[in-house]
Write a protein that binds this ligand. Structure first.
Ligand code: UD1
Ligand code: UDP
Length: 379
């Protein structure tokens, strides 16, 4: 019996982190031939994950350019993935989540009549412009996918309400938990020297990340002003900000935080193992990231989401995540409560993990193996 040819397409840091444990499982299972095609929509931030998980892609489209637009990325991914599919003729193409790589990778497969498996399917904010362009990307990918791997029941319900056939939806948990559990270690010693000099015991360390397109401009300025106010108001607070590689975010950060080097630590993006263990050590996380909203609850870390909505309501409902918005005063108020009122803080630290048990990848590959007759027979 021929092996099932599974081609995984990804290109940004979060897709790589969440697809890596799946790729490793496929590589180690003799029922499958695993082919990895990275678009390299991100370069250094992707390579760091590939290196950590020891993944050597068979195809690397190497598309990243500074100042790239969504249209640039889309054109290059569509054309590049099309060529790879024509060369290696997979039985199924797996894409992840909601980036421009996701949608255009799926579209290339669809135009070649290759079934698409959508990992992390069914997340919805119900605002087509927020997050932008991710909400549209995941809806459009869902519309052309053959198999939908939904992390939670809520995600499944979203898909059902859009008329997706229940038999094509599988609730698997989120593969990010599989990844997280493989790297968090209480005895981790940081390689990043700046982190070894931080006093996690006696200071309240806030971990900040921000990158979302809809936060560029005024919202990001509000967030940075709020951080400065918090540092000024609370002597025991320090901030660690591993900056996304996007130059416009970095320039703004340097402008705002230049005078606060002792208390606001601007560092390079961290390797995943370093970042996961940093999350486990800090007092509070402030972020607009999607993935971090899923990981932090599993570590029992309070998260303030610097957005006006979230497509990940499960952790808000279970209490470890709070929507803090993008207005300076509200961000300062919410953070000050968590910094200064033990009870408010404590109620957010109960480890609750609505996103899975670390077995999502195993479930996904069993579905692919089970559905092989459909995949082999085409659509
Ligand atoms: C992309 C995704 C977003 C995802 C985010 C995760 C789209 C449209 N956006 O946004 O959904 O949440 O990744 O981080 O798909 N850069 C580097 N090196 C890197 C990575 C980025 O220099 O390793 C710089 C480049 O100048 C690049 C810029 O960052 O042009 C922006 O990258 P891009 O992929 O266009 O958008 P993100 O904001 O990263
Ligand atoms: N992350 C990392 N290093 C960092 C910052 C984040 O490895 O310096 C990880 C984080 O643990 C999560 C993922 O990157 O798994 C989130 O990526 P990002 O915030 O860029 O994208 P999003 O999840 O918002 O799409």
């Amino acid at each position: 019996m021929n092996k099932i040819k599974v081609m995984s397409v990804f290109g940004t840091r979060p897709e790589a982190i969440k697809m890596a444990p799946l790729v490793k499982k496929l590589e180690n299972d003799e029922r499958f031939e695993s082919i990895v095609c990275v678009t390299a929509q991100h370069r250094e931030m992707l390579d760091s994950v590939l290196e950590m998980f020891k993944i050597k892609p068979q195809y690397d489209l190497n598309i990243m350019a500074h100042g790239q637009t969504i249209i640039d990325i889309s054109n290059k991914v569509l054309k590049g993935v099309d060529e790879v599919i024509k060369e290696c003729k997979p039985n199924i193409v797996l894409v992840h989540g909601d980036t421009s790589t996701t949608l255009n990778g799926a579209l290339a497969a669809f135009y070649n009549k290759i079934p698409v498996g959508h990992v992390e399917a069914g997340l919805r904010s119900y605002d087509i412009y927020s997050p932008f362009p991710e909400e549209a990307n995941r809806k459009l990918t869902g519309a052309i996918a053959t198999l939908h791997f939904a992390p939670t029941k809520t995600n499944e319900e979203n898909l059902l309400s859009e008329g997706i056939n229940k038999e094509k939806i599988y609730v698997t948990g989120n593969t990010v938990i599989d990844a997280l559990l493989s790297v968090v270690d209480n005895n981790h010693v940081f390689e990043e020297m700046a982190l070894n000099n931080i006093d996690f015991e006696n200071k309240k360390i806030i971990l900040l990340t921000t990158h979302r397109r809809e936060n560029w401009g005024v919202p990001m300025k509000n967030i940075f002003s709020a951080i400065i106010e918090l540092v000024n108001q609370n002597e025991d607070v320090e901030v660690v900000f591993p900056m996304h590689k996007n130059p416009s975010i970095r320039e703004l950060a340097y402008t705002y935080f230049n005078e606060y080097k002792q208390r606001i630590h601007l560092i390079e993006p961290l390797e995943y193992v370093e970042f996961a263990n940093l999350m486990a050590k800090v007092y509070l996380i402030m972020t607009d990231s999607g993935g971090i909203q899923e990981e932090a609850p599993a570590l029992g870390k309070p998260v303030m989401v610097l957005r006006t909505e979230t497509e990940r309501p499960e952790a808000v409902e279970s209490g470890t995540v709070k929507l803090a918005g993008i207005e300076k005063d509200r961000i300062v108020d919410v953070a000050n409560k968590l910094i200064n009122y033990k009870e408010a803080y404590k109620t957010m630290t109960q480890a609750a993990n609505p996103y899975g048990d670390g077995m999502a990848c195993s479930r996904i590959i069993e579905v692919i193996a089970e559905k092989v007759h459909i995949l082999r027979g085409g659509i």
